[in-house]
Design a binder for this molecule. Structure first.
Ligand SMILES: Cc1ncc(COP(=O)(O)O)c(C=O)c1O
Length: 428
């Protein structure tokens, strides 16, 4: 029996879109997904996304809506909030942000005034666009000041410099949590510095939220962080979406709620809230803890191969699900060339700037990759070590078609030997 997502109505009504869905299904089935922010959602989560909740307008919050007919949406959103709070050990959750970027923007506007200073990580050291890249709107409202890693080869943050900058700049918010950073953070140090200068602490856990929920890495709330923002996709393995969590301050939680609606967004996407509730239910199960442990083991297995073969890893290695390799410095292959050759052999990942990038952001020195998606497919440490070997071989032989063909065939065999499990969205 075919396990492909049934799309009979699209097939009948809109063959052009159906063909593209089938194409993407096949691409996902045949190749290996190493983009660290991607994953597969469960069929149960997918059903919720496709449910009738997509028809409903629910501006406001449970018990305080601007439209009638909320007897099910109110219960649904409360269920989603309760599960989020249980997962992350906090008192308040806003589950309405449409994605990670609006979650961050909503949090800033909720707790800060225009002109306030935010102390965030230097973007080339792993921060996200919404942490104050000049191309983003938030830089028109807030003054972003930077801290850095002390040494990109250990990944350690320069906490001394961070403290000095905080004392000088008097930020209202100290921000951590990154898009391309592979090490654990010393959350206590952030909290201590923030206390000294009277700043809020916010951790953008978009990448590692699943690992925190699964108890595999530290939870910033255990160290007294005020706010966590996150995506609900990536390692958390839910639908695309965002969320803002507040540890225990009702006052902060109220400000955040007001900022998301009516400040930033209109009606919540209740079908996406339903899907978040289902995914959070999955993340609360013991199996999810095992999944997170395996993500870490798999990343360590890849780390070993890269280091053994003399490829520099930023941060010196990984404590989480992702690795950032300086392939230009180590192999003479640019990030763009590496992305291209790996795409050719069936491995999807992205080029990425490294700390203090000597090249351009359009063709930087690094590649970023990670293990959440292949771990969902059941890859073990041995499989991941083999994938790492093949990646390095492909990069070293980027102009040798015969080698690339052989690697492509092996990758496809590995992908087919580890199909996306039947309970997840996939092709036949
Ligand atoms: C750390 C971090 N924050 C925020 C975001 C933004 O999330 P989204 O793409 O869902 O808006 C990302 C996305 O990559 C991220 O890595």
């Amino acid at each position: 029996m075919s396990t492909a997502q049934a799309i009979p109505f699209i097939q009948a009504q809109d063959p052009a879109v159906a063909e593209l869905i089938r194409g993407e299904e096949q691409r996902e089935a045949d190749g290996l997904e190493l983009i660290p922010s991607e994953n597969y959602i469960s069929k149960a989560t997918h059903e919720a996304l496709g449910s009738c909740f997509t028809n409903k307008y629910s501006e406001g919050y449970p018990g305080k809506r601007y439209y009638g007919g909320q007897q099910y949406t109110d219960k649904l959103e409360q269920l989603c909030i309760d599960r989020a709070c249980k997962l992350f050990n906090c008192k308040y959750a806003n589950v309405q942000p449409h994605s990670g970027a609006p979650a961050n923007i909503g949090a800033y506007y909720g707790i800060l005034e225009a002109g306030d200073t935010i102390l965030g990580m230097d973007l080339s050291h792993g921060g996200h666009l919404t942490h104050g890249h000049p191309v983003t709107h938030v830089t028109k409202s807030f003054n972003f000041v930077r801290y850095k890693m002390k040494d990109p080869d250990t990944g350690e943050i320069d906490y001394e410099a961070l403290r000095e900058t905080a004392l000088k700049e008097k930020p209202k918010l100290i921000l951590c949590g990154f898009s391309a950073y592979s090490r654990e953070l010393d959350y206590q140090k952030f909290v201590d510095i923030a206390k000294e200068v009277g700043a809020y602490t916010m951790a953008d856990m978009a990448h590692i939220a699943g690992l925190i929920a699964g108890g595999a890495i530290k939870n910033p709330f255990d160290y007294g962080f005020d706010i966590i923002t996150t995506t609900t996709h990536k390692s958390l393995r839910g639908p695309r979406g965002g969320m803002i969590l507040v540890r225990d301050s009702e006052e902060l939680a109220k400000k955040i709620d007001k900022s998301i609606f009516p400040g930033l967004q209109g009606g919540p996407h209740m079908h996406a809230v339903a899907a978040r509730a289902v995914a959070f239910g999955e993340a609360l199960k013991p199996e999810f803890k095992d999944y997170c442990q395996q993500i870490l083991k798999n990343a360590k297995a890849m780390e070993k191969v890269f280091l053994d073969q003399g490829v520099r890893l930023l941060g010196g290695g990984t404590d989480n699900h992702l690795l950032l390799a300086d392939v230009y410095g180590s192999l003479g292959v640019t990030g763009q060339e590496a992305e291209n050759v790996l795409d050719e052999v069936g491995i999807t990942l992205n080029k990425n700037s490294i700390a203090d990038e000597p090249r351009t952001m359009f063709d930087p020195s690094g590649i970023r990759f990670g293990t959440p998606a292949i771990t969902t497919r059941g890859f073990t440490e041995a499989d991941c070590a083999r994938v790492a070997e093949l990646m390095i071989e492909a990069m070293k032989n980027k102009d040798d078609q015969a080698v690339k063909d052989r690697i492509r065939a092996e990758i496809k065999d590995m992908a087919h030997a580890h199909p996306i499990p039947d309970s997840f969205v996939k092709a036949s």
